[in-house]
Design a protein. Structure first.
Length: 219
């Protein structure tokens, strides 16, 4: 077979990604109806923001959560996302963008509605703001813990130098960027691994709250 034919038989893809800052709401589990054979999945609606910060316009996208880490993060903040008294916003990356025109005819003077859907791949930053305006922010390192990833694998090793912080200073710097409390699902197939990761990161079991609390170390 010629080289040209070999190349023509190779599967090739063009990836179009949507990446931006979005407000998250309406997280839910979507289940198949009778006769449908696809597997249940977690979905969340997102209002991506574009334009100047004081007059940003929303672009509404329905996201199917497919990234393993993203799924754990969305499930962790499930209640906060669905709580109308709280506002959850995040830096989200999505792919496989689809557009579907509304089936109903628009009213005179109105445009036909277009529904946008995509697949959520990653979450790199997240913020939860409560009804009193108090915010709690989670950077990529903190979200890696929630997602069950080793944050050390995500970042290059630091240069060896005389300015390198001590072990306790480094631990405290990381702890400030990590959530104070994490809940684990005992039915998760990776429960044992995530439990070990939390212990290694300084979390301890909180019997009263039924979860894992971060133990701050003295400097």
């Amino acid at each position: 077979m010629s080289q040209a034919n070999n190349q023509s038989n190779t599967n090739q893809y063009f990836n179009l990604h949507l990446e931006g800052f979005a407000n998250l709401y309406d997280v839910r589990e979507v289940r198949p109806k009778a006769g449908q054979k696809w597997k249940p999945y977690v979905a969340v609606r997102a209002a991506f923001l574009q334009g100047q910060a004081d007059s940003a316009e929303p672009v509404f996208v329905d996201l199917q959560v497919v990234g393993t880490g993203a799924k754990r993060i969305v499930e962790h903040f499930w209640n906060a996302i669905n709580d109308r008294d709280q506002k959850v916003s995040a830096a989200v990356k999505a792919g496989d963008i689809r557009f579907k025109a509304g089936e109903s005819d628009p009213k005179p003077g109105e445009e036909r509605r277009v529904f946008v859907s995509a697949r959520m791949l990653t979450v790199k930053y997240l913020q939860v703001k409560d009804a009193d305006g108090q915010s709690k922010k989670y950077d990529e390192a903190a979200l890696n813990v929630i997602a069950g990833k080793d944050s050390a694998e995500q970042k290059p090793a630091q240069d060896q130098s005389s300015n390198m912080p001590t072990a306790n200073q480094a631990t405290n710097d990381v702890n400030r960027n990590m959530p104070d409390f994490i809940e684990l699902d005992p039915d998760d197939e990776n429960f044992a691994q995530r439990k070990a990761e939390l212990k290694a990161a300084g979390y301890r079991w909180d019997r009263q709250r039924k979860g894992w609390s971060l133990q701050q170390q003295a400097a």
